[in-house]
Design a protein around this ligand. Structure first.
Ligand code: OOG
Ligand code: MG
Length: 257
């Protein structure tokens, strides 16, 4: 079993925006380590093509998210410059069946590494926190996958949109943030910052530990998306999404074809 062959197959679906069947049905002996290796191979390819590595995303850090996809542990993915949206228009070009979810993004200003990193160390290494929207788009049919499939597909990473507002860590009690997502004017999802492992800072702690087991770390200047606060919602051409992040402000997204 050649991981490069599997990586190439996933890569081609990421580019063509055509859905694919799960890799684990065809390669039942794949391990989670193999899946992270496939993720790394495909990221390397993008970097060789001129993209830049800007940080990490955590996924499946909330019970709502774990339940909706039937996977019961967090995963991480790699974020690239090309994934960052510069304005609120989400084009469906190149996407299969995108979903939107509200998150908090941490901007780090120190290196974080090791298996015994603490919440305090993460706070000390945090430059600021931004409300964010993540657009996920699984390359698998019906958004159906297991842990290994989704990790190999870079944890469904597609795009992310950061708020212009950035807040110092002690400005707010992040676990208490009330987040409300509206689709075309109607409230469709509500959640609280505590949905992310009790406090989004714990998602960063967990990420550092997970990275350490592969000899990886968070570098200064990196962004970390800490994981969906609510379930993600499917969006279609013409939709408008508004997310209220408590007193931290609102974010809007307009879906265009
Ligand atoms: C996996 C990615 C999950 C999150 O924030 O929980 C994720 C998926 O649901 O496709 O990004
Ligand atoms: Mg997410």
């Amino acid at each position: 079993m050649d991981l490069h062959v599997i990586a190439k197959e996933i890569y081609s679906h990421q580019k063509s925006a055509e859905e694919m069947s799960k890799i684990t049905t065809r390669y039942p002996t794949l391990t989670i380590e193999d899946a992270y290796k496939i993720q790394e191979i495909n990221t390397e390819k993008e970097l060789q093509n001129g993209d830049q590595f800007v940080g990490w995303k955590m996924g499946l850090t909330s019970f709502a998210k774990q339940q909706s996809v039937g996977v019961n542990q967090p995963i991480y993915g790699r974020l690239l410059t090309s994934m960052e949206m510069s304005n609120q228009e989400l084009s469906l070009d190149g996407l299969i069946h995108p979903r939107v979810e509200p998150e908090f993004a941490f901007l780090m200003n120190k290196k974080l590494k090791g298996n015994n990193v603490t919440e305090q160390e993460v706070w000390q290494a945090t430059e600021g926190i931004m409300p964010a929207l993540e657009i996920i788009d699984s390359r698998y049919k019906n958004f159906s996958f297991n842990l290994i499939d989704v990790v190999a597909d870079n944890a469904s990473s597609t795009k992310f949109f950061l708020s212009e507002q950035i807040y110092v860590p002690n400005k707010f009690q992040w676990e208490k943030a009330q987040v409300r997502m509206k689709l075309n004017g109607k409230v469709v999802q509500e959640g609280k910052g505590s949905a992310v492992m009790g406090n989004p800072v714990r998602s960063v702690v967990e990420l550092v530990k997970m990275l350490d087991s592969s000899g990886l770390c968070i570098e200064p200047g990196m962004i970390v998306l800490t994981g969906g606060i609510t379930e993600a919602i499917h969006v279609f051409s013409g939709d408008s999404i508004e997310v209220e992040f408590d007193e931290l402000g609102k974010m809007n997204l307009t879906v265009i074809s």
